[in-house]
Structures are given as structure tokens and as C-alpha cells.
Design a protein around this ligand. Structure first.
Ligand code: ADE
Length: 255
């Protein structure tokens, strides 16, 4: 997968050299190119922002550097990238979107700062990449810019690519993969500071362990994310993720 990131803070993306993402880059699974937006300015101060028309607080990113930066990055036919613009006004990023993005060959991220990017940049990008521009929010809070969102999105997407995570089975029972949060995990020692590992996990009884883990997922999800349980209750009975009678019993017990 190819990734291009346009930003006025290229150093912010340095963590993409670390850990599994760094390894995936070194192994050629990911080609990440970070571009400094200021390289596409032509004045002595390398200006990327200006005051908003109509007045108001803060500064707005000028369209010209964005236009030139996108011209340069997009000038690589035949494939069209998906252009992602992080911002608090976008659709909320989730595991479903991570899976969609993981199926793309090429993602371009445009990181805004200040009060945002001149709206004409979005409009021109949409003309140029019809249906291939998405504004994406990490959640209902405001960051100072898109860079942290890019780090989060790239990590969530890259770990879904074949070969990035050694043990692909570890992707299956994770939070948000099937509508439930994950079960609690334990390792050695069996007793630590007076806290025991649940006996069932030491039993070697696979059927009991599986049921216990499912029950814990249900209890946890009900306690922390009742909205996710409500969504599962809405599914038709023949849906693969629908709650079964044993699931409903556990939830009713917890109240
Ligand atoms: N930039 C500023 N706030 C953001 C958010 N919540 N998500 C993504 N990008 C942002």
C-alpha cells in the first residue's frame, strides 16, 4: 500500500518509522511518503495561512500551496488515490472504515491546521477525484491538526494488511471486529498481589473457556458500551452476529 501525507509538520509523522509500521515499511509492505506543504510555497516566509474572509478568529490555510502539493502528489496515473482529509467535521473513523481503507492501493492524507483549509481546496479535490475524497474525524473532540489522526488511521489500517501482524488470528476476536469488546486476558503468574487468574482459564476445558470469554465480552460491552449491545439486539435472529439465548441470559443477569 502506498501512503502520502501532506503536512506542515513532517516530523509529527516520525512514529511511522517505529514498531510494526516501521517494520512493514522496511519490508516493502508499506510505502510512506511524507511531504512538507511549505515546499509548495514561493514566498520568503513560506506562508501557508492567512486571515479568514468575513472575519473571525484564527487563520485559514491558503489554497495555493495545497493546490500545488496535490498536483505533485496526484500526478501519478493510472491509479486514483483515495484522498482523506482529517477534521472534526468529518465522518467518524471506525473499524469498518479501517477495513475499507485497507482494501485501497493508495491513500493520500491532507493534514489541515489552524481553523482549517480554504473550502475551494475540498471542492477542487472532489472535481478531480470524484467520489474519492473523504473528510474523516477521529471522534467528537478537537485536535490541533490532522497529524495525530493520520497516525491513528494509518496504524488501524496497516495492521489489517496481510503480513503486517505476524499472528493474523489475533485480529479476529478483537474489540469492534464483531460488535463486542474483547475479553480480559491474563498471563503468568497465576497469583499476583493476591489476585488470582480466573480458574476456568487454568482448566484446559476449551468449551468452558470459550463460553466464559464470550460472557465476559458481553458483560464488558454492556457496562462500557451499551450502544453496541443495543445495536446487536436490533439484528435479525439469523444474522451471524445476532445474540443467542445464552447471550441474552448473561445480559439479563447483569441487568
Ligand atoms: N483535526 C482536528 N480535530 C480532529 C479530529 N477530531 N479528528 C481528525 N482530525 C482532526
Amino acid at each position: 500500500m502506498r501512503l502520502d501525507v501532506l503536512t506542515i509538520f513532517p516530523d509529527y509523522l516520525a512514529p511511522l518509522d517505529l514498531s510494526l509500521i516501521g517494520k512493514a515499511r522496511r519490508e516493502g509492505l508499506l510505502d510512506v511518503q511524507v511531504h512538507d506543504l511549505r515546499e509548495f510555497t514561493h514566498d520568503r516566509h513560506r506562508t501557508v495561512d492567512d486571515t479568514p474572509y468575513g472575519g473571525g478568529a484564527g487563520m485559514v490555510m491558503r489554497p495555493e500551496p495545497w493546490g500545488e502539493a496535490l498536483d505533485t502528489v496526484l500526478a501519478q496515473p493510472p491509479v486514483q488515490p483515495l484522498l482523506l482529509i482529517p477534521g472534526p467535521g468529518g465522518e467518524v473513523f471506525n473499524q469498518h472504515m479501517a477495513r475499507e481503507l485497507a482494501g485501497e492501493p493508495w491513500l493520500v492524507f491532507a493534514c489541515g491546521r489552524y481553523e482549517g483549509i480554504d473550502e475551494r481546496v475540498y471542492l477542487e479535490a472532489q472535481e478531480r477525484l470524484p467520489g474519492r475524497v473523504r473528510v474523516v474525524s477521529l471522534g467528537d473532540y478537537v485536535l490541533n491538526g490532522g497529524e495525530v489522526a493520520v497516525l491513528a488511521i494509518v496504524e488501524a489500517v496497516a495492521r489489517l494488511l496481510p503480513g503486517v501482524i505476524g499472528n493474523a488470528a489475533s485480529l479476529v476476536e478483537e474489540s469492534h471486529e464483531d460488535g463486542l469488546l474483547e475479553y480480559p486476558v491474563y498471563t503468568k503468574p497465576p497469583t499476583w498481589r493476591g489476585h488470582e487468574v480466573p480458574e476456568v482459564l487454568l482448566s484446559g476445558h476449551h468449551g468452558r473457556i470459550e463460553r466464559w470469554r464470550r460472557d465476559e465480552r458481553l458483560r464488558r460491552t454492556q457496562a462500557r458500551r451499551p450502544d453496541m449491545i443495543a445495536a446487536l439486539r436490533e439484528l435479525p435472529a439469523d444474522h451471524p452476529l445476532a445474540l443467542g439465548p445464552a447471550d441474552r441470559a448473561v445480559l439479563d443477569e447483569q441487568g
